[in-house]
Design a binder for this molecule. Sequence first.
Ligand SMILES: NC(=O)c1ccc[n+]([C@@H]2O[C@H](COP(=O)([O-])OP(=O)(O)OC[C@H]3O[C@@H](n4cnc5c(N)ncnc54)[C@H](O)[C@@H]3O)[C@@H](O)[C@H]2O)c1
Length: 317
Amino acid sequence: MKEANQRKVLVTGGAGFLGSHLCERLLGEGQDVVCVDNFYTGSKKNILHLLGNRFFELLRHDITFPLYVEVDEIYNLACPAAPIHYQNDPVQTTKVNVHGSINMLGLAKRLRATILQASTSEVYGNPSIHPQIESYVGSVNPIGPRACYDEGKRCAETLFFDYHRQHKLRIKVARIFNTYGPRMHPNDGRVVSNFIVQALRGDPITIYGNGNQTRSFCYVDDLIEGLIRLMNSPDDLSGPVNLGNPEEINILELANKIVTLTHSRSEVIFRPLPKDDPKQRRPDITLAKERLGWSPRISLEEGLEKTIAYFDSLLRG
Ligand SMILES: NC(=O)c1ccc[n+]([C@@H]2O[C@H](COP(=O)([O-])OP(=O)(O)OC[C@H]3O[C@@H](n4cnc5c(N)ncnc54)[C@H](O)[C@@H]3O)[C@@H](O)[C@H]2O)c1
């Protein structure tokens, strides 16, 4: 039975990096959480500590197939996020974004539930404006190797807004920028996890390109706070809303910072830049500040220290 004021919340992709933190946070707030995952990139290890909680339920399910559960809110996070993962089976990546979104939107429509989509800064592609603001429509190559993800997420946004216009569904679309923290996959090729693992192992740190390309990194706890605020925002705010850290750092500086924080002896080596890799990425978070009262609180040093501690124990264990 539900407790007073408790909401039943579905988190798809709940055993992944962001999803597991979101489930943890929702349970901490007293919500009743249904975590759905097919374990494509997620892991039971990420949610083992939640399995004993009587308000946590785990369903092994692929969201490209219809799902029938009763919930009040849906966070749709299911989708591999790292390029090596989403390029491994690009057709499935498009399917999870298109068929998966249709299934979750259909569920939300039947239940009159609010649904939040974990969209991405990748919808901006290789941007011609900097920093990126929500009204920028993006510059995406529709036939490149990243298109299954970028165009998949763009189509998911289209579906969300069409369900909103056509069926008056309450939707929330978050455009998430690079996020890092404990429970990132150690071999996902993403820059923060890559550099930390290489530094801890004393292996050379691989930079693709000359290291002048910039990124901005948001610590996972800040991002989760933003998602929850967006879900709880007034009905007139559908988004899209950028969520990320506007503090910019170039990749070479990041590598050096990680070498210092890990007390590593790793050297930095340079490799050719992969196709369609964006040169610059930084969110304009004015909308999130104004409408959600949200901005990141955790500094890069603090976040890196927590993430390094996680990978250190993972590699030792
Ligand atoms: N981490 C970031 O920096 C970032 C940035 C932008 C957007 N996002 C988005 O946030 C979401 C979560 O990303 P993450 O970093 O936690 O990635 P992740 O790969 O760790 O998590 C994705 C989860 O979805 C699950 N999944 C994949 N396909 C599924 C399917 N068909 N049915 C059910 N479950 C499925 C995976 O097993 C995994 O647990 C993704 O939608 C991603 O696109 C993440």
